[in-house]
Design a binder for this molecule. Sequence first.
Ligand code: DGT
Ligand code: CA
Ligand code: CA
Length: 567
Amino acid sequence: MSNQELAEMFYDIADMLDIEGVQWEPRAYRKAAMTISTLSIDIKQVYLEGKLLELEGVGASIAKSVEEYVKTGKMSKYESLKKRYPFDLATFRKIQGMGPKRAYALYKRLRVKNIDDLKRVLEENKVSALEGFGQKSQEQLRHNFEIFMKVKEERQMLGYVIDYLEALVEELKKSWLFDSVEVAGSARRMKETVGDFDILATSKTPRKCMDFFANLKEVREVIVKGDTKTSVKLDIGLNCDMRIVEDKSFGAALQYFTGSKDHNVKLRKIAISKGLKLNEYGLFKGSRVVASLTEKDVYNALGLDVMAPELRENMGEVEAAQSHSLPDIVKYNEILGDLHSHTKDSDGLNSLEDMAAAAKALGHKYIAITNHSKSLPVANGLDSKRFDELNARIDKLNKKSDLKVLKGVELEILKDGSLDLPASFLKKMDFVVGAVHQWTKMDRKTLTDRVVKAVQSGLITTLAHPTGRKIGERNAFDMDYTKVFQVCRDNDVFLEIDGFPDRSDLSYDMVKRAKEYGVKFSLGSDAHRKDQLRFIRMSAAIARRGWLAKKDVINTRTYEGLLALKR
Ligand code: DGT
Ligand code: CA
Ligand code: CA
């Protein structure tokens, strides 16, 4: 028996009492669970010393339960409740939006007892039919379920958790306890994956802030809690560090905790060379503060221009800042639309109309619908006849909508480098995304030649997810990328930055390399559902992290400008 097991039992009891509609008890059990899970000594020891009642949140009745458990290894209250609710509450409560009452509804109506059952009913679309659920909450639950499944890995993909992080920051701001709250760390740099979240704040009442933070509903466990730093584990499985600093050193702290580490190391060296000292409190000459209020003050005092957080990866940005030659990188709001997406006509979930409406709601001016072509049967690829039918529907939609849909295709590049659909058909399309999905285990030369042949066909607009890597799943193709980049440049074929989190392909360092060959880039969310259209933001982040300027990214062009590219 461990403190953690006992705490989980108390969390279970709290959840089950919630289902029963009991008013105050669940809170008491959660409080006790929180205390026990962060104890530094064994709960058994506390009991033996007769000090249970001294623990925060432990009253007479909970103490009794602890005693029973320590003595017998069982807890009658837990056992009797569990008989009525024999499903995996401990796992379900880690899934956002899957509170005890919902878990119970799924158990009662669909016999969902564990994570496999949940996966199955989501796949079979059975949740939306339940009273109190509906299509929208099924989709939400599916999304949260997917996030949960990814939690198993240590680092998480920012694309899946950035909205969550921003909602968390909003919650903090709305408490009115903070004077300022900023995201720092890898999330501020918009790195594709994050190890944890870092939040930086100022306040006149730090203790209250930390109490508020530690008690957020998203917090599963408090790891350390103090007035200047608190670390918690969130329900999505990531840790979050909260630091509260003084107003006067906010700029220096934001600079320091944004990182990256390598970037900071370089800055500290520059400071030293100027007889200064740089840390999270400021830039100092002896004990005198030279700069600390804003990031810009700190950078300027070091003789550097301040740059966007996305650039701070020690990839030459410090040198560029020194010689006042930082790139003028593309802005998020300069991206006018999305150039890679799917509808239910191939393997997407939503209709053309729904995807277009969702793109418009995001503020897009246009979206390319790029369904799979026929040689990808697993994705229900379309032949030219089905594309013609879809294109007719697009024409009709475009007539009555100011959001414009580009007629696109994600075209299979076949084994020998030939294309999956005839030239006469491809010439009718607005946007052709050439892609390698199959026969990927070729040797370097064969694969390179195959892609080169497709690029030289004069029929594709952009090369989809060029390296084929999937984070945590498979590595980049073994290919001569220098050659591919050169051939793309010579044939005016763009390289895609696929913003789907698992892909993030090209990666930012490859983008920077490819730009040096004079290639241009297209950004696409690769959305297969309307809620995934927001991944375009991750594409844009990679473009910025790869030093791309507005002119390097074709999504900064208008709809008419893109049609002019037609082959
Ligand atoms: P992550 O969390 O692995 O995705 O990456 P970061 O960059 O968020 O790293 P994290 O959370 O360990 O620390 C946040 C920032 O704080 C980091 O980017 C730079 C700064 N920092 C933390 N520890 C150190 C350190 O030991 N040395 C230096 N120079 N900076 C540090
Ligand atoms: Ca971090
Ligand atoms: Ca951290």
